[in-house]
Design a protein around this ligand. Structure first.
Ligand SMILES: Nc1ncnc2c1ncn2[C@@H]1O[C@H](COP(=O)(O)OP(=O)(O)OP(=O)(O)O)[C@@H](O)[C@H]1O
Length: 308
């Protein structure tokens, strides 16, 4: 379990991460989504112990990252945004060097390196100098470095950044495969990435957590939007009383003679029938009904709403 509690990080006077709390359970694949500068990398660096919080805390399986950094780092594999892979080294030498930095004993290294190479599909490139690898294979080498010590948690900062469409596809299926045995947090500003890989999304905006939701929750269309001529002072309460309506939100364009209401339905399963009943009730009240449709909501629309 990864636990962030009121995590804040300042750079001088500037607050890059502002009072962020969330918990991630074992086995989850979480996408940290946000525009450039939203605070994703700063959060990842604090989870992995490479940056200290200004206030708040991060614990991994109950262990505090600041006071027990090494212990936490043994549980985590980290692919930084610009993974420092040394161009003059071969893949195998780089992984051996990474293993030695991690304190993995020489007699255990070969098995671990072989496994990491095989899981990241690097077998044929193992003896190649990194300088000669395509960006996709270089990224895989970074991932191999991250999984070398068989961590329970993988933190990947923009793993598909700069890859071509085929390499992106390959990296996504590699991550999905790795996620079968690990908890994964990936940061990205690509919506499709989250949709393709993750089961949960945390959207960051200006250093703050703007949304934390399961993707299945996001992909809903059970809010009924209606446009009528009755103003909120009259219609809001009446609409809320109608059969099947749970709550009502109003959005009226300034100076407009029509009014838009978003109705959250109590039983989304019967939404077609409920919509027909509401239409009839609106008609009975003598209000004019200009439009009625179910709101389409998915990661894209929610992200656009948050970014606006
Ligand atoms: N060392 C630093 N000194 C000062 N400001 C910094 C430093 N590192 C990051 N920042 C600022 O903190 C904010 C958050 O940066 P961060 O890299 O965490 O965002 P991000 O969401 O990962 O962005 P990107 O998608 O561009 O990588 C940005 O405004 C950035 O300019």
């Amino acid at each position: 379990m990864i636990n962030l509690d009121k995590l804040t990080r300042k750079y001088g006077d500037f607050t890059a991460v502002d009072d962020v709390s969330f918990a991630i359970s074992p086995g989850e694949i979480v996408g940290l989504l946000g525009h450039n500068g939203a605070g994703k990398t700063t959060i990842m660096k604090m989870i992995t112990g490479y940056l200290e919080p200004t206030s708040g805390s991060v614990t991994v399986d109950g262990i505090d990252v600041v006071s027990d950094r090494r212990k936490v780092q043994r549980k985590i594999g980290y692919l930084p945004e610009n993974c420092p892979v040394y161009p003059e080294m071969t893949v195998i030498d780089y992984l051996d060097y990474s293993a030695s930095l991690r304190g993995i004993r020489a007699n255990a290294r070969l098995a671990m390196i072989t496994e990491a190479i095989s899981r990241t599909g690097l077998k044929e490139k193992a003896t190649w100098p990194i300088a000669k690898l395509s960006r996709g294979y270089r990224q895989r080498t970074g991932v191999a470095q991250a999984i070398l010590h068989r961590p329970d948690i993988l933190i990947l900062d923009e793993p598909t950044n700069g890859l071509d469409p085929t390499q992106i596809q390959q990296m996504r299926s590699l991550i999905t495969d790795l996620a079968k045995h690990s908890t994964v947090i990936i940061s990205t500003h690509i919506l499709q990435e989250v949709q393709a890989i993750c089961d949960r999304v945390i959207i960051m905006k200006d250093g703050r957590k703007a949304l934390d939701a399961r993707l299945t929750e996001l992909n809903r269309n059970d809010r009924l939007l209606i446009i009528i001529d009755a103003p909120p002072a009259i219609a809001e309460k009446e609409l809320a009383r109608m059969t099947g309506v749970g709550s009502v939100a109003v959005s009226t364009a300034h100076g407009s003679s029509t009014h838009t209401y978003a109705l959250n339905l109590e039983t989304p399963e019967n939404r077609q029938q409920t919509a027909a009943t509401i239409a009839a009730a609106v008609h009975e009240k003598g209000w004019q009904l200009f439009a009625m449709h179910f709101e389409f909501r998915n990661l894209e629309t929610v992200f656009a709403e948050i970014s606006a």
